[in-house]
Design a protein around this ligand. Structure first.
Ligand SMILES: Cc1cc2nc3c(=O)[nH]c(=O)nc-3n(C[C@H](O)[C@H](O)[C@H](O)COP(=O)(O)OP(=O)(O)OC[C@H]3O[C@@H](n4cnc5c(N)ncnc54)[C@H](O)[C@@H]3O)c2cc1C
Length: 429
């Protein structure tokens, strides 16, 4: 995938590299750097949107959390490349026109081809970048950040016309057609997968809440029923974005993993109350209409390479692992970590599955000093190796809070499990 992205960047800048031989003088070099970074910024914009278009093959192959990280990275590239592009294009303009910096810059913004629109677009993208900085984002409600973040579409849209005025497209019908095709395919994917598919699914499956069950203080399971559920194609380990059409909830769609294998009668999620949306689930009434967008996620059986599998779940991260524990073929062991005894949810189900398939479950009640059948299980390579014989030849599926999954990944690496066999679902975006 990364190779494909870099190949795309190389293809997008081909004309620019050919033009290198004819670059002359300082103004020529300024213009060339401006041209190269402008092309790369335009390409990064298309990638930025393509990565979050929710194309199923992309989502399954790469994983939603990794796609979200790449999307954020493309956003940073876009801002840096656009800034360099603006600085160098302005320097070239000022050098060629012989006007002062201020007059030259204002003249370029007001009279340059679609430069004003592109500058406003850059302003919007910069605003989104600022609210996405971790320290700022933490202070915002998720929904506030999410809706402001949608300004990205406006920013990219405004910058598009300017891109086509560059020297690579102004005279070249082929290059301009390919560039338009890139943007049109991204736009079609976005409309198809983010808007039309969810609407079509909502009409086809007519999902509604069947019931809510309390699993432990602060954790509930929601059962959702509907029509043609088998057609959803949800695999164990995957998640949906759930929009419950109840007062105060319909305007937000939150991701929750299936905590039981999907079947023709119901879908089930198990959710810990951490904020407004997750807390409100306990109050859902049977019959409430539901829109579920998905299934998404790459934490599935397709990742498995070895016959032996270790599942490590932290807290409510047990949800997707519960379905994998039941359905993954081969020899499966589950380590379930929680801070307190009462946080170990779905315990009866896990014990029944373990008994039915002759598998082992280790419960640990504190992630650093917990006990498993009376033994301390610190989250270190040595402790995991002792607990799981032959650990290095296992595939490991990890799900839980970021701190726990990071510590577990380090411990597994030290225990000799290669990175490619550690499969993680992060609950943080
Ligand atoms: C792929 C995935 C699967 C998940 N599966 C489960 C699960 O099975 N059970 C469970 O209890 N939790 C799960 N979560 C976490 C769950 O989505 C959040 O705890 C929940 O959305 C918090 O929303 P809130 O309004 O209750 O809390 P808030 O206080 O508003 O949010 C707390 C944090 O949750 C995240 N969040 C909130 N809304 C969204 C959203 N719409 N999209 C993405 N992230 C959001 C943000 O990082 C936010 O900072 C999952 C998260 C992801 C990304």
């Amino acid at each position: 995938m990364l190779v494909l992205l870099y190949a795309g960047a190389a293809a997008a800048t081909t004309g620019c590299w050919y033009g290198l031989a004819s670059v002359d003088g300082a103004a020529g070099w300024f213009a060339w750097v401006g041209r190269l970074t402008g092309l790369l910024a335009g390409y990064a914009c298309a990638v930025l949107l393509g990565l979050i278009s929710r194309i199923p093959a992309l989502d399954r192959g790469v994983g939603s959390d990794r796609l979200a990280r790449w999307h954020a990275l493309s956003g940073r590239y876009t801002i840096v490349l656009s800034t360099v592009h603006m600085a160098f294009a302005t320097a070239a303009h000022v050098a060629r026109s012989g006007t002062g910096v201020l007059r030259g810059t204002v003249g370029l913004v007001l009279d340059g081809p679609a430069v004003l629109e592109a500058t406003i677009g850059f302003g919007l993208l910069s605003g989104v970048a600022v609210i996405s900085v971790r320290a700022v984002r933490r202070r915002l409600r998720y929904e506030t950040w999410h809706y402001l973040h949608l300004l990205t579409y406006g920013g990219v849209f405004l910058a598009f016309a300017h891109q086509l005025t560059g020297p690579d497209f102004a005279g070249g019908a082929v290059a301009s057609t390919l560039w338009r095709a890139l943007y049109v395919s991204v736009a079609v994917s976005l409309v198809w997968y983010r808007f039309l598919t969810p609407v079509r699914r909502a009409l086809r499956h007519r999902l509604r809440v069947a019931g809510v069950r309390m699993e432990s203080p602060g954790v509930v399971s929601v059962y959702v029923t509907g029509e043609h559920l088998g057609e959803l194609g949800a695999e164990p380990g995957q998640f949906f974005r759930w929009r419950f059409l109840a007062p105060g909830m319909w305007w937000t769609a939150n991701p929750y993993s299936l905590s039981a294998p999907a079947n023709s009668r119901f879908l089930r999620i198990t959710v810990k109350a951490v904020g407004d949306h997750s807390r409100a689930l306990a109050r859902l009434r049977p019959g409430t209409r539901v829109w579920a967008e998905g299934p998404y996620g790459a934490l599935t059986a397709a990742r498995r390479r070895k016959p032996r599998v270790l599942l490590i779940g932290g807290g409510v991260g047990i949800s997707p692992l519960r379905t994998l524990f039941e359905t993954l073929p081969g020899q499966v062991t589950l380590v379930y970590m929680a801070r307190r005894d009462e946080d170990l949810v779905l315990r009866n189900e896990l014990d029944s599955i373990a008994a039915a398939r002759g598998a082992t479950v280790h419960y640990t009640v504190d992630e650093l000093t917990g006990t498993s059948g009376g033994r301390a299980v610190p989250l270190t390579g040595r402790a995991l190796r002792t607990l799981i014989p032959g650990l290095a030849v296992h595939d490991v599926y990890l799900c839980g809070p970021t701190g726990m999954t990071t510590a577990a990944r380090h411990a597994l690496r030290r225990a000799g499990v290669p990175n490619r066999r550690i499969h993680v679902e992060s609950f943080d975006f």
